[in-house]
Design a protein around this ligand. Structure first.
Ligand SMILES: [Zn+2]
Length: 111
C-alpha cells in the first residue's frame, strides 16, 4: 500500500463508518484512523479521537449490494498494543494443560 492509497482508504472509511467521535462529537481527522486489517470487502478500523482520547474499533463489511455494517467496540487499547496482541498466537489447549501440570508439581504458586 502506498501513501496515497492509504489516505484514500482512510477517507472512505471515515465517510462510511464514522465521521464524528461517539463521545465528544469531534470530527475525526484522517490521523485518527488506523486501518488494522483490510482484505477484500472487509476491514477493521481503529478510531482514536485526538480531542477526548476515546478509542473505538469498528469492523466494516461491504457486500455486493453495497451494504455495510459496522460494529463499534469500545477499547482502551492503543494502536501499538493492538498490533502487538494481534501478532500473539492463540493459546492452545496443550499450553494450558502444560501450565496446569506444572502448577500441580509446585507446593505453592507465587504470583
Ligand atoms: Zn472524542
Amino acid at each position: 500500500m502506498d501513501n496515497i492509497n492509504v489516505i484514500e482508504k482512510k477517507q472512505f472509511y471515515l465517510d462510511s463508518i464514522a465521521k464524528f467521535c461517539d463521545k465528544c462529537g469531534n470530527a475525526y481527522s484522517l490521523d485518527d484512523l488506523n486501518i488494522l486489517q483490510s482484505s477484500g470487502a472487509s476491514a477493521i478500523i481503529h478510531f482514536s479521537c485526538h480531542i477526548c482520547k476515546s478509542k473505538h474499533i469498528a469492523s466494516y463489511v461491504s457486500s455486493n449490494m453495497g451494504m455495510s455494517s459496522r460494529v463499534p467496540i469500545n477499547t482502551d487499547l492503543g494502536i501499538d498494543e493492538i498490533r502487538k496482541f494481534s501478532k500473539k498466537e492463540v493459546l492452545s489447549l496443550q499450553n494450558i494443560l502444560d501450565l496446569y501440570v506444572d502448577m500441580k508439581k509446585r507446593s505453592k504458586v507465587i504470583l
